[in-house]
Write a protein of this length. Structure first.
Length: 262
């Protein structure tokens, strides 16, 4: 435990604290900047600026949802804001890691901030995933899950050097920042999943429905009487509207939101 000073000053009783007065004085600034955001991009930018001040050069803010299927629950990822190494993002998308990411999986069982290296019951594939992330420039990470009323998780992933991740002060401040971001996101009324749902066209909904049923683009094209290129186009546009990586993840998210009925 940290010893508490009993020294008194002429200005009144001394309030015990584990951080310096200088740190306390600077703490509200990032929250004020978040509160001044006028749209989602400026809100994300303010969060990124605050994360950088804490020693986290990389971050991702996403909405993670799990399908309610009892046979094979899957995870869908909706991106809200991101500043990750480009090479890692491309690798992540190619491997469709959103469906198996252990950091996302842990979010549904945690209510407090957790460090990636503290996640329990990791498989060999999970360790390989974290090793690949480290090689790509994400050596360690801290995640803050904010559980939503619809069962999804607004997940804040902060990546940086180990000393930044292990700092208890950083964990507390990151938690405050994340809670403030969540509040401001609702204030702005632009939660992406609801906004994107209104942007899906009938063609995108039909194509995603067949994707959810396990059909390839060629098979969907035969069913709908169009080319697989047309199907790929509609699926791609649906993924962009939902802001989700991967056609399977997009189908899962659309199912969870009730946009399609496989």
């Amino acid at each position: 435990m940290t010893p508490i000073s009993r020294r008194r000053s002429n200005e009144g009783p001394h309030r015990p604290s584990t951080v310096s007065d200088r740190q306390q004085a600077g703490a509200p600034a990032p929250l004020k900047r978040l509160a001044c955001a006028t749209d989602i991009p400026s809100l994300v930018e303010s969060f990124g600026h605050a994360a950088g001040k804490l020693g986290f050069p990389h971050y991702v803010i996403s909405r993670v949802t799990r399908s309610r299927s009892t046979r094979a629950p899957q995870t869908a990822l909706e991106m809200i804001g991101s500043h990750y190494p480009k090479e890692w993002v491309q690798h992540y998308q190619r491997r469709d890691y959103a469906l198996t990411d252990p950091v996302h999986r842990a979010a549904f069982f945690q209510s407090a901030p957790y460090r990636w290296h503290d996640i329990i019951d990791l498989t060999k594939a999970d360790h390989r995933f974290l090793g690949e992330a480290s090689e790509a420039g994400l050596p360690a990470g801290l995640s803050i899950p904010v559980h939503q009323s619809d069962g999804s998780v607004l997940l804040f992933n902060l990546a940086g050097p180990l000393h930044s991740v292990n700092s208890e002060i950083n964990a507390r401040r990151a938690c405050l920042m994340s809670a403030q971001f969540n509040f401001e996101l609702h204030r702005l009324g632009l939660i992406h999943s609801r906004r994107a749902a209104r942007l899906l066209t009938p063609c995108q909904i039909v194509c995603l429905t067949w994707v959810a049923r396990g059909k390839t683009s060629a098979e969907i094209g035969e069913i709908l009487g169009c080319s697989h290129y047309t199907v790929d186009y509609h699926v791609k546009k649906a993924m962009e509207a939902l802001n989700i990586w991967g056609r399977t993840a997009a189908a899962v998210q659309a199912t969870v939101q009730g946009l399609i009925k496989p």
